[in-house]
Design a protein around this ligand. Structure first.
Ligand code: URA
Length: 258
């Protein structure tokens, strides 16, 4: 059995330790003073980082919703100017919306702005535009006309110039079509003219203007006439004969004789 040490013995032992150089009381077990408080384990360097999921956006659906929300042509133009999903806008100087008389009975849909149109912000200017104006002047139609019967209204499938005038891609056309559809709905012409392959691809879903031209079809609930693009006529003037036949056909239809 352990006997309790008396006061005097304990004190003598303590003094003896102090004499030996002890300066502080110590515990039974050693204390590691280099040990830091418990820390959170560090993630391993090669631990996989969970990807941040972005909600997937369907630009065609966004275009449909936005275009339908536009109540008039000015609102449609402003909505298109805010549309962020078509990358072509970033390389273009201007947005080319339309030109001519919005009340015209004839609405012409072309392809996309070229260099001159991108500079001026109007469709069909430059050399192609001059031929365009001469073609319609030949059947007494002009984009400067103030009467619905004697004027035209003109737009393009794409409002921004593709780089180096390349053909528009299918997804670029698809995301612009809701705006074109709304444009037609708001302008409400009697007749549509689809100029060239890209207009036919966008509106009718097929190319091959040399087969399609001259045959009336229905588009957006309106009679539509596919025609050669003036650019094609400049590169291949023998096509002008067929283009002239189509212009005469358009004039007859406008005068209620077609
Ligand atoms: N070609 C088009 O189809 N549209 C224009 O505006 C100019 C050239």
């Amino acid at each position: 059995m352990e006997s309790a040490m008396d006061y005097h013995t304990a004190r003598a032992l303590l003094e003896w330790q102090i004499e030996l150089g002890a300066t502080e009381a110590i515990l039974d077990a050693p204390v590691n003073r280099y040990e830091t408080p418990a820390q959170k384990p560090k993630p391993k360097a090669d631990a996989p980082i969970a990807p941040i999921k972005k909600p997937k956006i369907d630009p065609v659906q966004v275009a449909k919703t936005q275009a339908q929300g536009a109540g008039d042509l000015a609102a449609l133009k402003a909505t298109l100017a805010q549309f962020e999903h078509c990358d072509l806008r970033r390389g273009a100087r201007s947005m080319v919306f339309a030109d001519g008389n919005p009340a015209a009975k004839v609405m012409i849909i072309g392809e996309a702005p070229g260099r001159d149109e991108d500079r001026e912000g109007r469709p069909f200017v430059g050399r192609v535009g001059q031929l365009f104006d001469r073609m319609f002047a030949a059947i007494d139609l002009s984009r400067d006309g103030s009467e619905a019967e004697s004027s035209v209204y003109v737009t393009n499938i794409l409002p921004w110039r593709p780089p180096q005038n390349r053909d528009p891609k299918a997804d670029e056309i698809a995301m612009m079509m809701p705006f074109v559809a709304r444009h037609v709905e708001l302008a409400n012409p009697d007749i549509l003219v689809l100029m060239g392959n890209i207009a036919c691809q966008g509106v009718l879903g097929k190319r091959g203007v040399s087969r399609l031209r001259g045959h009336w079809v229905e588009a957006f609930g309106k009679p539509a006439l596919p025609m050669y693009h003036p650019d094609a006529l400049m590169r291949n003037p023998v096509l002008k004969r067929e283009a002239w036949a189509d212009l005469l056909d358009l004039k007859s239809r406008l005068n209620g004789k077609g």
